[in-house]
Design a protein around this ligand. Structure first.
Ligand code: FAD
Ligand code: GLY
Length: 373
């Protein structure tokens, strides 16, 4: 069986590595720092295709929904391989409005969702507060989506790491890939710590840094940039026991099974800067407090900052390239946790069978660049 090197030990690299190793491929994940400390750690863990979708990303929506459907199988298989249960939490998601502008915006979102047959419900102010009693009494109405979900992404990262290694994969931390080696239109490995390591396949799963990896041909550089996201973690207590995911205007609040209430997230074009800032945290807290006044007294736990891998069209870049053996799994932007199962299942099958995945059709790097052949 051929050997595959995965560049990057985030949720995408780990899940791909696990699926490949499980199917008998010899896999090495090379991670520049510590695996699972990039965007995948900072993420909120929302699995909310129905709540997040805008008006013009319908293809992405269907991909996300397919991936959400795969989660129960994915987490069950993971449990079998590593013994850690990472439960899909069906908390549902509520989108409240607080004034006439919000109401109009929500109505448009609701009508659009209803038109394409999504299971959404329009609820009155009092019904919204029955669903989530900690919502502000100023709530004028809401969209309720009861089959959106969430997951503990940090536990998922721990589980994936263990499952990957139990299935025979090798994880090398503090191993920065210094070059992707390509010869005669074929990948033949990478350079790490000045040493050439051979492999038949290389998967670029370097998150926001994917475009920075040396050796990739100019015409195949993934157009991915870092999009900074800050979240503040509060600690839930009896004064505020939010149980539903709340997506209010310009802020979301997520109660986590570890007792955190995530208030997120900023979305900033700041290059590779990962410093938390007072202004963004202030804005998040203010908007969060307007939606759920009871957060006012909650203790602050911590602040996390991550860099989302945002592609030029905000769609993931997953699939092969015109260099034999060179694959991409990056650009997952705001949906990398949600898109983990479909990326891992479909791309691992593609690499092993040599047959392109129909589910990933249209998400390859070729949409940005002309083929060189
Ligand atoms: P990362 O987790 O960043 O991993 C990439 C890894 O590659 C890093 O560890 C890096 O060190 C390594 N690397 C880079 N270059 C090299 C190299 N040359 N050699 C070796 N290693 C290298 N998504 C959702 O689905 N739901 C959410 O609720 C959600 N919330 C979010 C909230 C925030 C605040 C943020 C920032 C993101 C959120 N996301 C969410 C998006 C999600 O986190 C990302 O899409 C996903 O984590 C991307 O995973 P990744 O493995 O590609 O990247
Ligand atoms: N999907 C949530 C975020 O990116 O902040």
């Amino acid at each position: 069986m051929s050997k595959t090197i995965v560049i990057g030990g985030g949720i995408i690299g780990l899940s791909l590595g696990w699926q490949l190793a499980k199917k008998g491929v010899s896999v090495e994940i090379l991670e520049r720092g510590k695996s699972g400390t990039g965007a995948s750690f900072a993420a909120a863990g929302m699995l909310a295709p129905q709540a997040e979708m805008g008006f013009d990303d319908i293809e992405l929506f269907y991909l996300c929904r397919k991936s959400l459907e795969m989660f129960p199988k994915f987490t069950y298989e993971l449990y079998e391989d590593c013994g850690i249960k990472v439960e899909l939490e069906k908390t549902g998601c509520i989108l409240p409005g607080f004034d006439r502008d919000d109401a109009e915006r929500l109505r448009r979102l609701y009508d659009f969702r209803e038109k394409i047959g999504m299971p959404v419900l329009w609820v009155s102010s009092s019904e919204a507060r029955e669903i989530e009693p900690f919502l502000s009494p100023k709530c004028t109405g809401a969209i309720w989506i009861d089959d959106d979900a969430q997951i503990n992404n940090r536990k998922l990262l721990d589980a994936l790491k263990i499952a990957f290694e139990k299935c025979g994969g090798k994880l090398y931390e503090d191993h920065e890939v210094e070059n992707v080696n390509i010869k005669n239109g074929k990948v033949n490995g990478v350079k790490v710590h000045g040493i050439e390591v051979e492999s038949d396949n290389v998967i670029v799963a370097g998150g926001a840094w994917s475009k920075q990896i040396p050796g990739l041909p100019e015409n195949l550089l993934p157009p991915v940039r870092p999009v900074k996201g800050q979240i503040i973690n509060l600690r839930l207590n009896d004064s505020c026991r939010v149980t539903k995911v709340i997506r209010a205007p310009d802020v979301y609040l997520l109660p986590k099974s570890d007792g955190r209430l995530i208030v997120g997230a900023s979305c900033e074009e700041m290059g590779f800067d990962v410093n938390p800032t007072a202004g963004e945290i202030f804005k998040l807290l203010e908007r969060g407090w307007e939606a759920v006044p009871a957060i006012y007294d909650l203790p602050i736990d911590s602040i996390d900052v991550g860099l989302r891998p945002g592609s030029r069209d905000h769609m993931p870049i997953v699939g092969d390239s015109d260099i034999e053996g060179l694959f991409f799994a990056t650009g997952h932007y705001r949906n990398g946790i949600l898109l983990t199962p479909i990326t891992a299942y479909e791309l691992s099958e593609w690499i092993i069978s040599g047959n392109a995945s129909s589910a990933l059709n249209g998400f390859g790097i070729s949409r940005f660049y002309k083929q060189t052949a």
